[in-house]
Write a protein that binds this ligand. Structure first.
Ligand SMILES: [Zn+2]
Length: 92
């Protein structure tokens, strides 16, 4: 019977651990990016006003979806973009 080569065993174990860590790290950074995106959307941001006319669109700063128009009532102003969930801040 061949004696077990501890060095080789350790090396292959280490390799397995490193591979596992790399996979885990990849998953973590994907999660990190998701969390970062989520946090960014969570910060209230002023929407983009496209013009000065009453019915000019107001756009989401994140996805450029229409979130309103200039002359709308206070109660119509959404706190979040209905397209992407970006939190919105409105001028008083
Ligand atoms: Zn949006």
């Amino acid at each position: 019977m061949k004696p077990i080569n501890i060095k080789n065993m350790m090396a292959s174990m280490l390799l397995k651990i490193l591979t596992a860590l790399r996979i885990l790290h990849g998953k973590n950074s994907q999660l990190g990016a998701k969390v970062a995106r989520y946090l960014e959307k969570g910060i209230p941001t002023y929407p983009i006003i496209t013009g000065k006319n009453e019915f000019d669109d107001i756009l989401c700063p994140n996805c450029r979806g229409i979130v309103g128009y200039n002359d709308m009532e206070e109660y119509e102003k959404d706190r979040c973009c209905c397209h992407c969930g970006q939190r919105l801040k409105w001028h008083e």
